[in-house]
Write a protein that binds this ligand. Structure first.
Ligand SMILES: NC(=O)c1ccc[n+]([C@@H]2O[C@H](COP(=O)([O-])OP(=O)(O)OC[C@H]3O[C@@H](n4cnc5c(N)ncnc54)[C@H](O)[C@@H]3O)[C@@H](O)[C@H]2O)c1
Length: 265
């Protein structure tokens, strides 16, 4: 099990964005080797250079590219201790018509990008003796987002994926957790910022979210989902659970062994 510190290696997807940059700065201060990945482009390469991080182009919807990036990190830095699966987009508009192409695009990046990232990072983290996967989900995954249903579906799916994968990853020494921030001051809220300002609605700084992302790595709590809200700080979300099935005798029914992953039998 690794902790953020000298000798450890982390990769960040969507690393040239607001949260990615703030996180890279925090991790670099802890002497972590940080590999920034993002869509290819001059701007993103320049951001990485400015932060003193190696840059690898990665579109998270490309399964093979996820694997290639992890292989390159291992080849160049010897190991991978933490994967921050942080790339994400929201819908460009929030009118009442649901644009299904855009819905699919958001789910492909924000949910499947996470699934592919976990699949790619898992063996490398295991080879390093266990590590951490931290997924940037959102408050929109825990509560409905009427203005952007696709985003809510993708982030809710990412949280469900994190919780469902936690036992089998944990058995390999890797912890997976999710960060669920409220609105934060990055490019993703550009089209909403004026409304927040006009309403006096508080938004998080990228640094506050980055602090929670670092804590999630060191806390190593399998399946945790951390809510981050302005004026509230970082709070582990407590899921209520659902009523268990009851046997005819009124006892709690136990899920058959064959339906659980091998690590839980
Ligand atoms: N800012 C907020 O209010 C807020 C709140 C909750 C969750 N989030 C989530 O935080 C994460 C980071 O967003 P941010 O706020 O830093 O916004 P941002 O727009 O600054 O950063 C997002 C980054 O993701 C990258 N990206 C987009 N599509 C990609 C793809 N297909 N492959 C690889 N990279 C891609 C972008 O190039 C960008 O650098 C996202 O998952 C977002 O959904 C943001």
């Amino acid at each position: 099990m690794s902790t953020p510190g000298p000798g450890s290696v982390a990769l960040i997807t969507g690393g040239a964005g607001g949260f990615g940059r703030a996180l890279a700065t925090r991790l670099r201060a802890l002497e972590v080797t940080v590999v920034l990945t993002d869509l290819d482009g001059e701007r993103n390469r320049a951001v990485a250079a400015e932060l003193g991080c190696p840059f690898l182009p990665l579109d998270v919807t490309d399964r093979a590219a996820n694997e290639a990036v992890v292989a390159q990190v291992e080849a160049e830095h010897g190991r991978l201790d933490a994967a921050y699966l942080n790339a994400g987009i929201s819908a460009a508009k929030s009118d009442d018509a649901l644009d299904l192409d855009e819905f699919r695009r958001v789910v492909e990046i924000d949910l499947f990008g996470v699934v592919y990232g976990v699949q790619a990072a898992r063996p490398a983290l295991r080879r390093a003796g266990g590590g951490a996967i931290v997924v940037t989900a959102s408050l929109a995954g825990l509560s409905p987002m009427a203005g952007d249903p696709g985003y809510s579906v993708a982030k809710g799916g990412a949280i469900a994926f994190v919780r469902s994968m936690a036992p089998r990853l944990s058995a390999e020494g890797t912890t997976i957790s999710a960060i669920c921030p409220g609105f934060a001051d990055t490019a993703i809220i550009d089209r909403l910022r004026d409304q927040f300002t006009a309403a006096g609605f508080p938004v998080l700084s990228a640094g506050e979210v980055a602090d929670a992302m670092v804590t999630a790595w060191s806390a190593a709590e399998p399946g945790a989902a951390y809510v981050v809200q302005p004026g509230v700080g970082v709070v582990p979300y407590r899921f209520k659970g659902v009523p268990s099935a009851r046997t005819g005798a009124g006892e709690t029914a136990v899920v058959p062994e064959g339906l659980r992953p091998p690590s839980m039998r």
